[in-house]
Design a protein around this ligand. Structure first.
Ligand code: GLN
Length: 487
């Protein structure tokens, strides 16, 4: 029999419903796997074992009394920038070490209401700033496919946990690529929903016009199950859209015959790893064989995405992070006078990348520069969005590589922030446009490292990209491959 920790969420749910195993047994299996692998992988910052066991027992009891819910008894884990009531939430930063939120993020509350068993909190780059999880103040998360390499970031813990069988499903957040890129580097199916599809309430804010919580899992079907529970209007987040949430599992059915796929020429550029291009092209061909039609398109403002993002995201971050001053939030380093107390608290509490972003952002927002930088960046952001509007008039989805290369080694990009920023060159445009994007595994390079394809859809067309990803996974088995250390 397949190990319990190898089951998809759909399979685990079927097993629980058929009483083949209990939620307590399933949870135990995950806790054992975490005990075995987390010392190496370091995906978890906190494991909530006791709470999980109690929640699993309660789920079994509820089921015995005839109850059923979409996720009843399924063990999941959450990125540590997402608030969990009573469970330490650090955002990967020293500045709020020990912080125990007094409320759940809306998306977490919805998962609990649907029956989730919480396994723990997952490592990430400090305040979700990064592409490798190396900016965490706490731990170095390792890629389960090669422990000398990064898992991607900032949701590196969320991707590594799924990949190593330490959770069948996790939540991450994506501001510029932080769900899709680690998904790609760890062979995990990972969705950035459209901006406004899932509530940001209770996310520790990074770039408020960009942040999106979303699911990572083994299959598109599992991702659809999680999105179903997370999605929808929230009165506590005025940017969530009061639009209907489709039945995502239903939407997976149907085929890709006649589907129009756009391939943007700006996403196949010099300097990319050739194996990435080959694998993505082969995946597109697969979809073509299944009845889709393919045409080249152009998204002409793509090259501005990186500079625009690195004005807008730091600007918003500098405003959002002002509250971590030791007085409103964070442990105070008291030096006697106000100014140096702020300086000492923030100087010791924040890591170098966060400081860099605060400086960049504060500069871009300062009097006299606001129009030249932030205002200009917002104007170009509109052009980037219009590129997608134009493209989606003629195609249903857009397929691109998720990341320009496979997982890199620790330290390889840390000395050069620009090189690290380039990791997100293919994920940033969709974030700026507010549309949805799905990473699906499409192959491996010569060193056995996973390659991902990004499927982009119109805003609120998650149902379409999930269907394309699901149909692709019905015809291929890349997503079922597991790293050797899982055993
Ligand atoms: N890597 C990008 C950054 O550093 C995106 C991060 C994210 O999506 N949270 O900002």
């Amino acid at each position: 029999m397949t190990a319990l920790t190898e089951l998809t969420l759909s399979q685990a749910l079927a097993g629980l419903r058929a009483k083949t195993f209990s939620a307590v047994e399933l949870t135990r299996a995950y806790l054992d796997q975490i005990e075995r692998l987390n010392p190496t992988i370091q995906a978890y910052l906190a494991v909530t074992g006791e709470q999980a066991t109690a929640a699993a027992a309660a789920a079994d009891q509820a089921r015995a009394q005839g109850e059923d819910q979409p996720l009843l008894g399924l063990p999941l884990a959450i990125k540590d920038v997402i608030s969990t009531k009573g469970v330490e939430t650090t955002a990967g930063s020293k500045i709020i070490q020990g912080y125990k939120p007094i409320f759940d993020a809306t998306v977490v509350g919805r998962l609990y209401a649907a029956g989730m068993v919480l396994l723990g909190k997952l490592n990430c780059d400090e305040f979700a700033m990064g592409s490798s999880t190396e900016n965490s103040a706490y731990a170095l998360t390792r890629n389960p496919w090669d422990t000398e390499r990064v898992p991607g970031g900032s949701s590196g813990g969320s991707a590594a946990a799924v990949s190593a069988g330490m959770a069948a499903g996790t939540l991450g957040t994506d501001t510029g690529g932080s769900i899709r890129q680690p998904g790609s580097l760890c062979n995990v199916t990972a969705l950035k929903p459209s901006y406004g599809r899932c509530s940001r309430y209770g996310l520790i804010a990074f770039g408020s016009s960009l942040d999106c919580p979303g699911p990572l899992a083994r299959t598109v079907e599992d991702v659809a199950r999680l999105l179903q529970v997370m999605a929808g209007h929230d009165p506590l987040d005025a940017t969530t859209m009061p639009v209907a949430v489709p039945d995502y599992l239903q939407a997976l059915q149907g085929d890709v015959k006649g589907l129009r796929i756009g391939i943007p020429k700006e996403y196949f550029i010099d300097g990319m790893q050739p194996e990435v291009v080959q694998a993505v092209r082969a995946a597109i061909q697969q979809l073509e064989q299944m009845g889709a039609t393919v045409r080249e398109i152009s998204l002409p403002h793509t090259e501005y995405s990186l500079p625009v993002y690195y004005i807008i995201a730091p600007a918003e971050a500098s405003a959002n992070l002002a509250r971590f001053d030791g007085i409103r939030f964070g442990p105070k380093v008291d030096t006697g006078d106000m100014r140096s107390t702020y300086n000492a608290t923030r100087g010791q509490g924040f890591g170098p990348e966060v400081k860099r972003r605060i400086m960049l952002g504060t500069y871009a927002l300062s009097a006299g520069y606001y129009d030249a930088y932030y205002g200009k960046a917002q104007a170009v952001r509109t052009l980037i969005k219009q590129d997608f509007d134009t493209a989606f008039a003629n195609v249903d989805v857009i397929c691109t590589p998720t990341a320009p290369s496979t997982a890199f080694k620790f330290g390889e990009n840390t000395g050069d922030p620009i090189k690290m920023y380039l990791e997100d060159v293919f994920t940033l445009p969709a974030s700026l446009a507010g549309i949805c994007g799905l990473n699906v595994p499409v192959g491996f390079d010569g060193q056995g490292l996973p390659i991902g394809m990004q499927i982009l859809g119109k805003a609120f067309a998650e149902d379409t990209i999930l269907r394309v990803g699901h149909q692709y996974q019905q015809a291929t088995d890349w997503h079922t491959r597991r790293p050797a250390l899982v055993g």
